[in-house]
Structures are given as structure tokens and as C-alpha cells.
Design a protein around this ligand. Structure first.
Ligand code: ZN
Length: 311
């Protein structure tokens, strides 16, 4: 990672994924037998954690989880770090009694409270465990599939298809018109929470094309130049948020009322104030607001309103 690259919540994973080891069954078995190896148990997509005031992921030795693993629990090799292997195990339905100190905390609530590197590892674990839980059958022939490559693949024993864990690209952008920027309020969210417009990249489309299409569809604004800002893994369940600024060529807003309740131009000063309130955790429902710093939308708005980026 270069020192000039901005990394936001769920980015900056410190593990060496050592992907060349995933297909070596003897090496993976060796990692499970290694007393130094640590597993992160995750139940119903919530990790075991320790420490109420300053929570941390509850990495455990393999031994207490060995029976659960041997009876077919999903185990994923996350990578190497601090001299040992890190695995995630799906503890859903495990008969292993959680340690009395262990707490299960939702990833969205936990991530801002733990070390940044741990949040990134957690994103990797959550996305993969969720993918395995929802892809038990072959999309090609319908047969049950089996886990392979230390958790980085599922194989169909009948038609021999390989299924890879997916990451869905989403573009998220701030359209800029001089000293003003376009924010939208989502229909699904109550209150006066505004954010960047965003949408899934479609097949046969570049990122830049997706940026222009989404702004036109959601707000009726045509865009020209685009500029990449930063990306963020978003493990709910498995999205890559790809942030852009876009040069707006038109001003008149026509919202797509199915998705967007309202879209408005905000001045640079207004957005800077909204960023400051969101960073301070001040969520006054009477005032327009922006997402908290866990979301890349916050940083796209922060960077533009403070003059760090321009389109
Ligand atoms: Zn199949």
C-alpha cells in the first residue's frame, strides 16, 4: 500500500493472503494442526469478541473447534500475519460453548470500535462466510457443491463447475457543478440523511459509464469527466464501493422517485458543515446529515468539501 493511498473502514487488510497455499491440502491440514494458528469463530455472521470497553476480535486456538471443523463446518484460510495463520470458522450451530467473556457483536457496530486492520480482516471473513452459506448448490446443475481451495472456491462434484466468491462493484459518486455538489436522500432511509448517489456496475459497462448512467437515472443530471477517489470493501454482504467525483454538465434535477426521495445541490460550505457534524456523531433529525465515517460517502464528501480533491 502506498503512503498516498487513502484507506477507509474495512480497507488495509494486514494479512498476507498467501493464495499459493490454498490448493495445497497438506499445507492447509498442517495449518489446522499448528498450535500457533488462530481461528476467528463467527456465529450468524457476528464475530466472537472480547473486552467490553475496548472490544477486539476473539482469536482462539484451533483445538476447541477441531470437532466442529471435522464435522464439516466452513473453515476459511484468511492469511498469514504476526507469524501465524489466521482462519475463520463458521460457528453457527456449533456445540462448542462460547467462553463466558465472549460477546457476539454485529460487524457494522463493531468495525469502527476495533483496530483498522482487524476490521479489514473481519470484512474478509464476513463476506466469505456469507457467500459459502448462500452458495451451497451449483448454479449450473443444482447439485450440492463442496468447499475447496481453503475456502476460496466451491466445486460441483457432478458437472465439475468451479464457483468463485463474488465481489459486486458499486460506483458511488459526488457530481460537482462548480462550488456545489449533488446529494440524494434515499427512499428507504427515514429523516434528512443525504449521501452520494450510488449504484451497481452493470455487465458490459466501465466504471466511468456506470457513474454517468447512475447520476442521469437517479437525478437527471448529465456528467462528463470522472475522477477516481478511493475504494472500500463493504461486507454487507460483499460489495466493493468505488468512489468517484464527476463533472456535472447540467443543473436541472429530475429524481427517479422509485429510489430517491429527493436530490439537491449543496454548497461546499454546507457539505463541510455536514461532514463535521457526522464526524462528531451529532445526528440531529431536524438537520440535513451525511453518513458517519464508516462509509466512504463521508470521505468523498469530506475530501471534496475541504479542497483535497476536485474533478
Ligand atoms: Zn454442477
Amino acid at each position: 500500500m502506498s503512503s498516498t493511498e487513502d484507506v477507509y473502514c474495512f480497507g488495509g487488510n494486514p494479512l498476507d493472503r498467501a493464495s499459493e497455499r490454498r490448493n495445497d491440502r497438506a499445507r492447509v491440514a498442517g495449518l489446522l494442526a499448528d498450535p500457533e494458528t488462530r481461528v476467528l469463530p463467527v456465529r450468524d455472521l457476528k464475530p466472537f469478541t472480547r473486552g467490553k470497553a475496548a472490544p477486539a476480535l476473539d482469536w482462539q486456538p484451533v483445538a476447541p473447534w477441531r470437532d466442529h471443523i471435522d464435522t464439516g463446518a466452513t473453515v476459511i484460510f484468511l492469511g498469514l500475519g504476526e507469524g501465524h495463520a489466521h482462519l475463520a470458522v463458521d460457528a453457527t450451530g456449533a456445540s462448542v460453548a462460547p467462553d463466558i467473556d465472549t460477546e457476539l457483536i454485529d460487524v457494522r457496530a463493531l468495525a469502527p470500535a476495533i483496530a483498522a486492520g482487524e476490521a479489514a480482516i473481519l470484512a474478509e471473513a464476513r463476506s466469505l462466510l456469507d457467500w459459502h452459506a448462500r452458495h451451497r448448490f451449483c448454479a449450473q446443475c443444482g447439485s450440492p457443491t463442496t468447499l475447496a481451495s481453503a475456502g476460496w472456491l466451491r466445486r460441483c462434484p457432478d458437472c465439475r463447475a468451479s464457483h468463485h466468491p463474488r465481489t459486486d462493484p458499486v460506483v458511488i459518486m459526488l457530481a460537482i457543478r462548480g462550488e456545489r455538489a449533488l446529494l440524494g436522500r434515499n427512499r428507504r432511509r427515514a429523516g434528512a440523511r443525504f449521501s452520494c448517489l450510488a449504484g451497481y456496475v452493470e455487465p458490459g459497462e466501465t466504471l466511468e459509464e456506470a457513474v454517468r448512467r447512475e447520476v442521469r437515472e437517479e437525478a437527471g443530471i448529465r456528467c462528463g469527466r470522472t475522477r477516481y477517489v478511493a475504494a472500500q470493501p463493504w461486507p454487507f454482504p460483499s460489495t466493493l464501493m468505488i468512489g468517484f467525483l464527476a463533472e456535472a454538465l447540467t443543473e436541472e434535477i429530475t429524481v427517479d422517485s422509485e429510489e430517491i426521495a429527493e436530490a439537491r445541490w449543496f454548497s461546499r460550505d454546507e457539505i463541510r458543515e455536514m461532514v463535521a457534524r457526522a464526524a462528531a456523531g451529532a445526528d440531529d433529525p431536524a438537520q440535513v446529515s451525511l453518513p458517519a465515517p464508516i462509509a466512504i460517502a463521508h470521505h468523498i464528501c469530506r475530501r471534496w468539501s475541504s479542497g483535497l480533491d476536485d474533478v
